[in-house]
Design a protein around this ligand. Structure first.
Ligand code: ATP
Ligand code: LTN
Length: 326
């Protein structure tokens, strides 16, 4: 059976963009793939975090995975920091990565330009991500399109290592949602919807109060044309709402355009808001029940054992290949 793996950072409240880009794909694929999903808490500390907040965000993210339909019987669910082989392999791969190639990573350029005091961890972040993937012989990595470049780097590092030291790593492929959807900020649809956005009005959080979420959709930026048509370039606001609607209902873009022919933006937004609110309300109910149960501890203990055993085998092979053994 082919294997898939993804991770999200516990850097704040999870957004609808995170759900559509990564979690939803995992949920849809979990029946047909051997699936791994983890909390990338070591990636989170590439920018400063409050330790108590990080701890609670981490637990909340596991509860959210479960609430979103990630089935613990079909997925290995784990915390990145509980498996030391991620950092171990990352060091080895760093010694096989070039300063130039890491300098070209768009996420690094974006995030480092926002804060002059950025850490070295922010720079080597993609190499840790490559280790997350390469430890487990992963075939596909479901991510939003913004992470595609990191998976491509992972492929380069795997191929480079294999060529230099002999076949060691499986070369993975990114799995981007069918339409390549990047969910955009509702207020400023020229940027992606991001959990670290300053203007929270443009971001739907999975744990948003339902009425607040409805208002955010109703006040989303559109255009003056009053035609509900998918055109990412000229009508990004409306196209983004179509993407959200399509992702949550399973309808196609064409079906959606037909459904709303002749309707005005207010009517369309009301329907999108209804779909979003129903979706959030279902998730939030499940989330509360998982958060208060002991199941999270059991799941993480299990995930820790499974992944440490598996990763050790790969890391031992790596050490042997490069001469780090006696
Ligand atoms: P941050 O603002 O801290 O960078 P983020 O919202 O970009 O956070 P990540 O934890 O970096 O979230 O990403 C988690 C997953 O969600 C990744 O696979 C990423 O590609 C995907 N993702 C993030 N934002 C979007 C979006 N707007 N649309 C689609 N997928 C997204
Ligand atoms: N960088 C990713 C999180 C992440 C990840 C991974 C995703 C860390 N390691 C391995 C897929 C596979 C992000 O969401 N920003």
């Amino acid at each position: 059976m082919s294997k898939i793996l993804t991770g999200l950072q516990p850097t704040g409240a999870i957004t609808l963009g995170n759900y559509i880009g990564a979690i939803k794909q995992m949920k849809e694929l979990q029946d047909n793939y051997e699936s791994y999903i983890f909390v990338a808490n070591m990636h989170a500390i590439t920018i400063p975090q409050d330790s108590e907040e990080l701890r609670s965000n981490t637990r909340n993210l596991i509860a959210l995975y479960l609430a979103c339909g990630i089935d613990p019987n079909k997925n290995t669910i784990f915390l990145q920091s509980e498996n030391p082989y991620h950092a171990n392999l990352s060091w080895v791969l760093e010694c096989n990565s070039y300063f130039g190639e890491l300098s070209r990573m768009t996420q690094f350029k974006d995030k480092s330009s926002k804060n002059a005091n950025f850490t070295v961890g922010l720079f080597t972040y993609p190499v840790l991500m490559a280790s997350d993937i390469l430890l487990y012989d992963i075939d596909y990595v479901p991510v939003g399109v913004d992470q595609k470049q990191h998976v491509e780097l992972t492929r380069d590092l795997a191929e480079r290592f294999n060529n230099k030291y002999g076949d060691t790593f499986k070369v993975p492929e990114p799995l981007i949602t069918k339409s390549g959807t990047k969910i955009l900020d509702l207020v400023n649809p020229s940027i992606k919807m991001s959990k670290s956005s300053e203007n929270k009005k443009g971001v739907i959080f999975l744990l948003d109060d339902l009425e607040v979420a409805r208002k955010k959709i109703m006040s989303a930026t559109t255009d003056s044309e009053c035609v509900i048509k998918y055109d990412m370039e000229n009508k990004p606001g409306i196209s983004n709402l179509i993407n959200i609607y399509v992702s949550l209902t399973g309808k196609t873009i064409e079906e959606t355009e037909n459904e709303f022919t002749g309707k005005n933006y207010g009517e369309f937004k009301r329907c999108v808001a209804d779909v979003v609110v129903d979706f959030l309300s279902d998730i939030q109910e499940k989330y509360r029940s998982y958060l208060n149960s002991t199941i999270i501890e059991e799941i993480l203990d299990n995930g820790k054992n499974i992944t440490i055993n598996e990763a050790k085998i790969k890391y031992d092979l790596v050490k042997m290949r490069i001469g780090l053994t006696r």
